[in-house]
Ligand binder design. Structure first.
Ligand code: BMP
Length: 210
């Protein structure tokens, strides 16, 4: 993945729409993140199809199972073409180790929604520290830039920080990168827009100046 910038979260459930948006936005995004909405509606092969428009597809499966099952999921995603698989960190070291043996992983350290403050935030720095052993990056919340700064302090320059929570969840474009993130993840603000390509272009332009 290029050094910093924009990742689109392609959470649409219509395959044609997904491919159209991927094409329109391809000049402005460094990676496409796909998750359950698109894969469950279009099938895992969508990953390969998206690779016509990006070098990097991130499979956001938030893997959170025992090591063996987690490994099977990671293998499927890797074989489908995903460059990275997002794995939950709270499940523990054995899961991260098992997944990292199969594919490059990005670990969810702290989530962006309000409910994350109850259970995941209190352990997020420990999760980030564990991620340093096994992951290429962590997920940290754009909605709480001060937490990104804390988590950057924990992982140093060793890991990428990718950050969701922009616009639809309240953060402004650029907040997360100013706080220490490498990439901002943007979903609805782009895919619900009338002109996704134009929207992605404007966001990427702002991020370039951060
Ligand atoms: P949106 O910009 O529409 O809010 O999308 C954010 C994307 O990032 C979604 O795919 C969501 O599942 C994901 N995400 C998040 O919002 N918060 C997290 O803590 C972790 C995520 O993966």
């Amino acid at each position: 993945m290029k050094a910093k910038g924009l990742i689109i979260a392609l959470d649409v459930t219509d395959k044609e729409k997904a491919l159209n948006i991927a094409e329109e936005t391809s000049s402005y995004v460094q990676a496409i993140k796909v998750g359950y909405p698109l894969v469950l509606s279009s099938g895992l092969d969508i990953i390969e199809e998206l690779m016509s428009y990006t070098e990097t597809v991130i499979a956001d499966f938030k893997v959170a199972d025992i090591p063996n099952t987690s490994k099977i999921i990671c293998r499927l995603a890797r074989n489908a073409g995903a460059a990275y698989v997002i794995v939950h960190g709270f499940v523990g070291e054995d899961v991260l180790k098992a997944c990292s043996e199969i594919v490059d992983i990005i670990v969810v350290a702290e989530m962006s929604h309000p409910g994350a403050e109850a259970f995941i935030q209190p352990v997020s720095e420990e999760i980030a520290l564990l991620a340093c052993e096994y992951a290429k990056g962590i997920v940290a919340p754009a909605t709480r830039p001060e937490r990104i700064t804390k988590l950057r302090y924990v992982v140093g320059r060793k890991l990428l920080i990718i950050s969701p929570g922009v616009k639809a969840q309240g953060a402004e474009i650029g907040d997360a990168m100013r706080a220490g993130a490498d990439f901002e993840i943007v979903g609805r603000e782009i895919y619900e827009s009338e002109r996704p390509g134009e929207k992605a272009r404007k966001i990427a332009k702002i991020l370039k100046k951060v």
